[in-house]
Design a protein around this ligand. Structure first.
Ligand SMILES: [Fe+2]
Length: 273
């Protein structure tokens, strides 16, 4: 089985990257499953429900989220209608949506888990994602040995610790949120594919997908102004993972950093958070 994990899709440039590149890439590379983080797809801050549907129409099977899961209010209702959009599993039970999803890929049943890290997020309602994992995996392993863990976290140490805790227990641990692709893709002992951060789909030469001049001004003045999406050197970034169909172990990892031509529309300011 070949799985493509994509880094956070940022703004219209990111959506353009997916629209222009993904279906062809899927076909040419024999990709069976595409999992992407979508929480910045709508103007860089959240994921509107219609954008989510469009991205899935463009070839993404499962969208994961993070601390911005409900920045766009229509997702509060929308997420319950679409089980292929995951919010962090370590939110309280009453939060709409789900964070664990089983999906069929050909003859195989696989499980996808999305959780949110604790460092640098002001979220008092979050459960510790390092706790309860053993019980959850014991339950999942009665259904499938192919498990993909998408960890949306800020601190590299937190993501690395999660990778080491889950090595040999899941097929892959991939990090999102930082939007900067790390150069540490590998297969950990026990057959777990790992990367600290998948990077981003969108402007690769930018500040997290945004125009540098506005982000620099924020740091220089501490005045929060609108971010402006960047269109500089659009790329599709992520990790291609090959998984053995029988054992569920990762047998290959290949970073993806694909230049994509995206047409720049008429100027439009980013929506403020
Ligand atoms: Fe995030």
């Amino acid at each position: 089985m070949r799985v493509l994990f994509l880094g956070e899709i940022v703004g219209r440039c990111g959506i353009g990257v997916i629209k222009n590149a993904l279906k062809t890439y899927r076909r040419e590379n024999g990709v069976d499953l595409v999992i992407a983080n979508g929480e910045g797809a709508t103007s860089g801050f959240g994921l509107g429900f219609q954008n989510a549907l469009s991205l899935q129409h463009m070839g993404i099977d499962v969208l994961t989220m993070g601390e911005k899961s409900f920045f766009k209010l229509d997702m509060v209702e929308g997420i319950s209608k679409r089980s292929s959009i995951l919010r962090p599993a370590n939110y309280p039970e009453d939060v709409p949506g789900r964070g664990v999803r089983y999906i069929s890929v050909g003859e195989r049943k696989v499980c996808i888990i999305n959780t949110l890290g604790m460092c640098n997020f002001n979220n008092p309602h979050l459960n510790n994602p390092f706790l309860g994992t053993e019980a959850l995996l014991n339950k999942i392993h009665t259904e499938t040995n192919t498990v993909f863990y998408v960890f949306h976290a800020s601190a590299t140490a937190e993501k690395m610790a999660m990778g080491r805790m889950l090595q040999g227990k899941v097929s892959a641990v991939v990090g999102t949120h930082s939007k900067v692709m790390t150069a540490d893709a590998r297969i950990l002992d026990g057959g777990t594919a790992y990367i600290t951060d998948l990077g981003r789909c969108g402007a690769s030469v930018s500040v997290g997908g945004f125009e540098p001049e506005h982000e620099i001004r924020k740091f220089r003045t501490s005045v929060q102004t609108r971010s402006h999406e960047s269109w500089e050197k659009p790329q599709m970034q992520g990790l291609l993972v090959d998984v053995d169909d029988q054992s569920g172990k990762a047998i290959g990892v290949s970073p993806v950093r694909l230049d994509v031509a995206v047409e720049i529309p008429a100027p439009k300011n980013m929506e403020e958070k």
